[in-house]
Design a protein around this ligand. Structure first.
Ligand SMILES: C[S@@+](CC[C@H](N)C(=O)[O-])C[C@H]1O[C@@H](n2cnc3c(N)ncnc32)[C@H](O)[C@@H]1O
Length: 369
């Protein structure tokens, strides 16, 4: 303002400064966006909107959600933030013009009713990503970077057994992790089967290494009955799978073992979102064992992120790089670009590879001897 109360137009330098400051605030308080999202999932807001016909006003939401009287005035602020972030949409309510909140493509992924998102509910993934276990580990990142010895920020925060030790335990975090993995796996397995048909042609046996509860192997066995499918998993995972009643008993064989020791022979060895958990050095060792386990003409199939492959949008690239940070915090792993993958394949004694972009955040890589 000048001395007469008129607005003085900002110079472009000042505008840039204001923008930069706003950008810095967005990034510094970005964790509050994550926490608002996590709260919405925990309060069941996406399901409440869905069950209310796909849109709900604040009084309608307050009638559904179990908020005590004293906390009800806070809900509009949470919803406003989540709408600005694109989690929910807004639509005028008509009479009185009060706003109604509706689902967006993002919050449709948070609804538990499979009819809304084809069974791809990502709420468990949001809850794991925003869990106290991840947040406390992330807060140790700079300390970890300054230390020679400790393996990961996760181990620094939660003890020497590291991510797989804690995730394999029987606590709440472990249950959440299994649910998140299962919810992602269902959708990914369908994508693999739909997009990778030719990849499974000409093979008669396949081992899904680190195949979890066998969701992908079962989808492959169903779609390609000529392929004998085996899952190699850590003993505690196999014990847990065997303890569950299975719909398709016998379609897939489970083998308890350790890929760091040996890999059962097969025409094709599959790794779906496994190798990004491991260092380059470990991957070279694992893939060298694969080369010894496949016949000439066999192959390794990797479903994983290839950072930047297929000219991704800014949002997809950022999510790939955030996943890379997550690998750094939780495990000694990383998200790799094509050059990095290629180097590992050559070091493990493979001669060539083919990458197919999948309609997901990842790609399918076929690696040949
Ligand atoms: C990120 S999960 C991927 C699971 C599954 N492939 C999927 O896409 O849903 C990594 C899996 O690797 C398994 N794993 C970790 N270390 C292993 C090892 N040494 N040998 C075999 N499996 C291992 C874990 O138990 C876990 O199920």
């Amino acid at each position: 303002m000048d001395t007469h109360g008129n607005l003085i137009p900002a110079t472009s330098g000042e505008e840039e400064l204001v923008q930069a400051h706003a950008e810095l605030m967005r990034h510094s308080f970005g964790y509050l966006k994550s926490m608002a999202l996590s709260s919405a999932v925990k309060l069941g807001i996406p399901d409440a909107i869905h069950h209310h016909g796909g849109a709900a006003s604040l009084p309608e939401l307050l009638a559904i959600l179990p908020l005590p009287q004293s906390k009800q005035p806070y809900l509009p602020r949470l919803m406003k933030m989540l709408a600005v972030a694109g989690i929910f949409g807004t639509a005028p309510a008509g009479e009185g013009c009060e706003v109604r909140y509706c689902l967006t493509p993002v919050s449709r992924l948070l609804v538990r009713d499979a009819a809304v998102n084809g069974g791809a509910c990502r709420s468990p993934v949001v809850l794991v990503a925003t869990s106290a276990a991840h947040l406390t580990a992330s807060a140790r990142l700079h300390e970890w970077l300054l230390q020679e010895e400790v393996e990961t920020p996760f181990a620094m925060a939660h003890g020497g057994e590291g991510f797989f030790g804690v995730a394999g335990g029987d606590g709440e975090y472990s249950a959440l992790n299994s649910e998140a993995k299962a919810s992602e796996s269902r959708r990914e397995a369908e994508t693999v089967v739909r997009a990778c048909g030719p990849v499974f042609e000409g093979i008669t046996s396949l081992v899904d290494v680190g195949g979890g509860n066998g969701t992908a192997a079962m989808a492959i066995a169903r779609a390609f009955p000529h392929v004998k499918c085996t899952v190699l998993e850590l003993p505690h995972v196999v014990d847990a799978v065997r303890a569950l009643p299975r719909e398709e008993e016998g379609a897939v064989e489970f083998v308890a073992g350790d890929m760091m020791q040996s890999i059962p022979p097969a025409d094709a060895i599959l790794f779906k979102y496994v190798l990004h958990n491991w260092s380059d050095e470990d991957c070279v060792g694992i893939l060298t064992r694969c080369r010894e386990a496949i016949p000439s003409g066999g192959k390794v199939i990797i479903i994983d992120t290839v950072v930047g492959f297929g000219s991704p949008s800014h949002e997809i690239l950022e999510s790939q790089l955030l996943m890379d940070m997550c690998m750094m915090v939780l495990l000694d792993g990383k998200e790799r670009d094509e050059q990095c993958w290629g180097k590992i394949f050559m070091e493990a004694g493979f001669s060539h590879y083919k990458i197919k972009h999948l309609q997901a955040l990842g790609s399918a890589i076929e690696v040949y001897v």
